[in-house]
Design a protein around this ligand. Structure first.
Ligand code: 5GP
Ligand code: ZN
Length: 113
C-alpha cells in the first residue's frame, strides 16, 4: 500500500535491521526500543489491524506465531520469557496502521498497566 511505512520496510524501500524474514512476514528491530529486545513482526500483506484479517489471510497470523517461536529462540529469550503486544486502534495506541506484533523482552518486564 502506498504511503504505508511498514509496506515500505517489507519492500526494502526503507531500511531496517531485519532479524527474520520468510514468504509471509518480516521482522525487524523497533526504532525506539522499550527493552533490550524489541522486535516488530509484520505480515507482508497490508492489513490495517487485527480486526481486519480476513479468513483467507489467517495464514499470516499462523506465520506470525511461527516467527515468534523462531525469533525468541534465536534471541535467547524463549526460556526467560517475553511479551507479545498488538496495539489496535486509537485507545490501543496503534500508531502504524499496518498490523504488527511487538516482541518485547531481554529483561524482567513491569506489570501491565
Ligand atoms: P504501534 O504503536 O503502532 O503499536 O507501534 C509502532 C512501532 O513502530 C513503534 O514502536 C515505533 O517505534 C515503530 N516504528 C515506527 N516507524 C518505524 C520505522 O521507520 N522503523 C522501525 N524500525 N520502527 C518504526
Ligand atoms: Zn502496509
Amino acid at each position: 500500500m502506498d504511503d504505508c511505512i511498514f509496506c515500505k520496510i517489507a519492500n526494502k524501500e526503507i531500511p531496517s535491521t531485519i532479524v527474520y524474514e520468510d514468504d509471509m512476514v518480516i521482522a525487524f528491530n523497533d526504532l525506539n526500543p522499550v527493552a533490550p529486545v524489541h522486535i516488530l513482526i509484520v505480515p507482508k500483506k497490508h492489513m490495517t489491524d487485527i480486526l481486519n484479517v480476513e479468513k483467507e489471510d489467517m495464514k499470516y497470523i499462523e506465520a506470525v506465531v511461527e516467527a515468534i517461536q523462531k525469533i525468541t529462540k534465536e534471541k535467547g529469550i524463549a526460556e526467560s520469557g517475553f511479551r507479545v503486544v498488538n496495539n489496535c486502534g486509537e485507545d490501543g495506541g496503534q500508531t502504524v496502521k499496518h498490523i504488527h506484533f511487538h516482541i518485547i523482552g531481554g529483561e524482567t518486564l513491569g506489570g501491565m498497566a
